[in-house]
Ligand binder design. Sequence first.
Ligand SMILES: Cc1cc2nc3c(=O)[nH]c(=O)nc-3n(C[C@H](O)[C@H](O)[C@H](O)COP(=O)(O)O)c2cc1C
Length: 223
Amino acid sequence: MKEQFISDDFKFPVTLAITGASGTVYGLRVLQFLLENNYRVEFVISESASKVALDEIGLILSLSPAILKEQVLSYLESKGKKNINKNLLNVWEFNDISASISSGSYRTSGMMIIPASMGTIGAIASGTSDNLITRAADVCLKERRKLVVVPREMPLNTIHLENLLKLSKIGTIIAPACPGFYHRPENLDEVIDFVAGKILDLFGFDHNLFKRWKVDSNLLAVN
Ligand SMILES: Cc1cc2nc3c(=O)[nH]c(=O)nc-3n(C[C@H](O)[C@H](O)[C@H](O)COP(=O)(O)O)c2cc1C
C-alpha cells in the first residue's frame, strides 16, 4: 500500500467520532476521504448516532464493532469511487472504555467529532468521560492534541454557548456545520463536501472537496 502521509503529524491515526446530532453524512464523508487517501482512522459512534443515521439516511449502524465496520465500509463503497483498504479502519464500541484511544499513551493525530451533539459537547466540557467518545476527547485535551468538534444545533441556548466557549478556551476548535454558498453548490453532495472539506483543512489534509475562494474559479460572491 502506498502511504500518503502529508506530514509527520499523520504518522498516527486520526480518531473520528459520530454522535447523535443531525448530519451523519458529514462524518461519513470525512471518513470516506480519509480511507480513500490511505489515512488510518480510529472510529466510534454513539448509540444516538446509530438512531439518527437510520432516521436521516436509512443507514443501519450496529453498535457491535465488527458488524459496524462492515456496514460502514459497505456504505462508503457504495458512495465512493476509489478502493478502500479495510485495514485502515479500526472500529470501537461506544462503551468500550478499555479501547486504545481511551489512553493517552496510545498516540493519535487528534480527534474530530462530526457531528457533535450538544449532549456530547456538554459532557466533554464537564469532563465526565462516561463513554469512549467523551473519554477519547478528554484524552486529546489532556495530551494537548488537536480536538475538532462540529456542532449542529439551532438555535443555541446559553448552556450550549457556555460549553462551546469553555471548550474553545482550552484549545478545542469549534467548527459548526455551517455550509457556505459562495462556491455555488449545485447539489447536496457539494454542500456536504464544503463542510467536510473545511474540517479536513483544520487538520491540514490536502483535498479538493470544494473550490477555494478566488483560487479555483471565477466566483463572484463574497464570503
Ligand atoms: C433525528 C434526530 C436529530 C437530532 N439532531 C440533533 C442535533 O442536530 N443536535 C443535537 O445536539 N442533538 C440532536 N439530537 C438529539 C441527540 O441525539 C440527543 O441529545 C442524544 O442524547 C445525543 O447523544 P450522544 O451525544 O451520545 O450522541 C437529535 C436526535 C434525533 C433523533
